[in-house]
Design a protein around this ligand. Structure first.
Ligand code: SF4
Ligand code: SF4
Ligand code: SF4
Length: 96
């Protein structure tokens, strides 16, 4: 508590390392960047969490699966200091 808090939010990688690390194709590219999780395919191995360079993947211990941002923007509405903002941007790459 003495050092405050750090916000870590998925950066919606265009070429997500987390996706590449998944052995079961439980992660698929999300339009606009980042990934979407198919929990039925997930083994709970944690490789995606290790692969994320900024440590933006958190863990749901009760179901042993990753929690990965889907860029819904809900969190941005709760920050009174404007730290978080959801913006739409033009994407000029094809999702894999
Ligand atoms: S925890 Fe699930 S989503 Fe992550 S790498 Fe393992 S199988 Fe894939
Ligand atoms: S969870 Fe990490 S590696 Fe995956 S898309 Fe987000 S920032 Fe990139
Ligand atoms: S509230 Fe939505 S945008 Fe914010 S971290 Fe969670 S999933 Fe991502």
């Amino acid at each position: 508590m003495e050092r405050g808090f750090t916000v870590v939010v998925c950066r919606a990688c265009e070429d997500p390392p987390c996706l590449k690390a998944c052995p079961t194709d439980a992660l698929r590219p999300r339009k606009g960047g980042g990934v979407l999780l198919d929990p039925d395919k997930c083994l709970g191995c944690g490789h995606c969490r290790e692969a994320c360079l900024i440590k933006a993947i958190f863990w749901a211990d009760e179901i042993n699966k990753p929690m990965i941002c889907i860029h819904c923007g809900a969190c941005s509405k709760f920050c009174p200091h404007g730290v978080l903002k959801l913006e739409e941007k033009e994407v000029n790459y094809a999702p894999r």
